[in-house]
Design a protein around this ligand. Structure first.
Ligand code: NAP
Length: 306
């Protein structure tokens, strides 16, 4: 397939271009900065320059292009503030960005559309020991600090599933350029990164496995379906930080009282301290024939440690 990919230079995008080309697809990346052309080329893709939030520029850039599929992997989490702003750019990419990319799909004649979503769309609270599936309420919970993220996930999914596209509810990313690298950097600087007590449990996914699942969804996902893309082993943020410290040879993680985390980084408090969830990938395994090559964070970071 000819695939248009937004978000090609992000944590998952960098893994996706080689995974797509290896599977025989041709990738054209939508990049904002022409300086990223070479990086995309080295990864195996072509590129065109446009901002996903600039509708006119985007539609002009794809004017002479035809493609079979559009993949939406654009977020703005790299420079994200620990406080969610009402005009949060990742939320804009999930709502307005999705609208624009669906218009692109129509303009280029694409019949497949895959969007990124997030397991926290199930709600920022303690879900207990029950394992969440795609049948659980999603994008509905209100009344927590994470509301804008839940709303962004709801918006992209609703728009995409309505036109028989596919939504991928990724677990927390780790691996190159993802949470594990971030945690390792902060632990090297002896910065506190955890809520006291280690925080809640969550489901994780190595970015390389997320990329493989995305290729599988593009090829075999059922139209109008959402899939959880997570590994087999939910662990707490404290356990995650400990595995990262061992793998990256950093000092041990430091914690701070919950009230202080809430005061200084309210979104992280909501994500790490208030939320606990275990998520199943059984539907993705059955429909997509996909299983994570790294069943746990421990396995996924083992190679770094040796
Ligand atoms: N499930 C998860 O846990 C999850 C999901 C996503 C990200 N994250 C985390 O967030 C951190 C940063 O992620 P990331 O490296 O993927 O960074 P990011 O800064 O969120 O970038 C993602 C991609 O979106 C592109 N992009 C952003 N705004 C755009 C726009 N208006 N138009 C076109 N493209 C746009 C970026 O392009 P530019 O290069 O031009 O900025 C980049 O290619 C990592 O720690 C990652 O693990 C986690």
């Amino acid at each position: 397939m000819n695939v248009l990919l937004a978000g090609a230079t992000g944590a998952i995008g960098r893994q996706l271009i080689p995974a797509l080309t290896k599977a025989g697809h041709q990738v054209t990346a939508i990049i904002r900065n022409p300086g990223n052309r070479e990086r995309v080329k080295d990864l195996g893709g072509d590129s065109l320059v446009a901002d996903v939030l600039n509708r006119d520029q985007l539609l002009k850039a794809v004017d002479r292009i035809s493609a079979h599929a559009v993949l939406h992997q654009a977020t703005a989490l790299r420079g994200a503030s620990p406080r969610l702003r009402p005009d949060d750019p990742t939320n804009a990419l999930r709502s307005t960005g999705t609208t624009h990319l669906l218009q692109v799909a129509q303009a280029v004649g694409a019949t497949r559309f895959v969007t990124q979503s997030l397991i926290t769309g199930y709600g920022y609270f303690d879900h207990g020991d029950r394992v969440l599936t795609e049948d659980d309420p999603f994008g509905q919970q209100r009344g927590t600090y994470g509301d804008p993220v839940v709303e962004g996930c709801r918006s992209t999914e609703q728009q995409v599933l309505a036109v028989d596209g596919i939504a991928l509810r990724y677990g927390m990313f780790y691996g190159p350029h993802a949470f594990s690298d971030k945690f390792a950097d902060m632990m090297r600087k002896h910065l506190p990164i955890l809520p006291a007590g280690g925080g809640g449990t969550t489901s994780w996914i190595h970015v390389a496995d997320a990329a493989e699942a995305t290729v599988a969804a593009l090829e075999r996902g059922r139209p109008g379906q959402a899939y959880n893309i997570v590994d087999d082993t939910p662990i707490t943020w404290g356990q995650f930080a400990a595995v990262v410290a061992t793998a990256h040879h950093t000092p041990r993680p430091k914690a701070m009282p919950r009230w202080l985390l809430k005061l200084t980084a309210p979104y992280l408090a909501c994500l790490m301290a208030d939320t606990s969830m275990r998520v199943s990938h059984a539907k993705g395994t059955s429909d997509l024939g996909w299983t994570p090559a790294h069943p746990s964070v421990h396995e996924g970071l083992k190679r770094i440690a040796t």
